[in-house]
Design a protein around this ligand. Structure first.
Ligand SMILES: [Zn+2]
Length: 217
């Protein structure tokens, strides 16, 4: 037990300073509008130091329909690796909430604008504006990464139930006689590049929506 407490203490107090070999640490200080090494666009920043800041990029590629769908990645400035570390950093936690809300608002605005029949309560799945978020953290060395979450429209091929959804649990179970394993069917997701024009449009749109939002404060 003593060892557990000690290891948890070490985890929560880990060094979050920028790491030379971390791709996201290299992006953390880029200004809004900058392209990263792999052509993502920096679209949002909040906070003023590695202790409290978050930034977001629009990915150059997405699953689903590249004409309609897109993926946003939200990351800490600092090299945090576990969501539990937010508990001891109230400003980082506060900025996470603001960043998450503002990015969701901008994404929903874009989806609503591009859906002529958009309604706050939509009668059909197709005319709704659904957003999903996915993030995980681990202490497993091989997968212990800079904290990041992905936000994306939950529709089409990207709108398949997640393993924690009850609809996933209700999927029909099949049996592979070759491997003697059970499995459920899911549609494959292939990441495709957004057309350059679409990437530029979406990045500009999200930045301008978030600037308007900031202006209101
Ligand atoms: Zn990092």
């Amino acid at each position: 037990m003593h060892n557990t407490v000690q290891q948890l203490k070490i985890l929560l107090a880990e060094d979050s300073s920028l790491q030379e070999n971390c791709v996201w640490c290299q992006e953390a200080m880029l200004p809004i509008g900058t392209r990263t090494k792999y052509n993502a666009v920096v679209i949002f920043r909040i906070g003023d130091s590695i202790d409290n800041g978050w930034f977001a990029t629009l990915s150059p590629q997405t699953g689903g329909d590249p004409q309609r769908d897109f993926t946003v990645q939200l990351m800490t400035f600092g090299h945090f690796s576990h969501f539990a570390q937010l508990a001891g950093n109230p400003k980082l936690a506060k900025n996470y909430g603001l960043a998450f809300g503002k990015l969701n608002a901008a994404m929903t605005m874009i989806m609503a604008e591009e859906q002529p029949e958009f309604k706050a309560v939509s009668p059909t799945r197709e005319t709704g504006a659904a957003v999903a978020a996915y993030g995980k953290c681990t202490t497993w060395q091989e997968k212990k990464e800079h904290l990041h979450l992905k936000l994306f429209p939950f529709r089409g091929d990207l709108g398949q139930p997640s393993i924690v959804d009850s609809t996933f649990g209700k999927k029909q179970i099949h049996y592979d006689h070759l491997t003697k394993e059970e499995f459920v069917k899911m549609k494959p997701i292939r990441k495709v590049l957004l057309p350059e024009k679409r990437l530029v449009y979406l990045a500009g749109k999200i930045v301008s929506l978030l600037c308007q939002e900031t202006g209101k404060e």
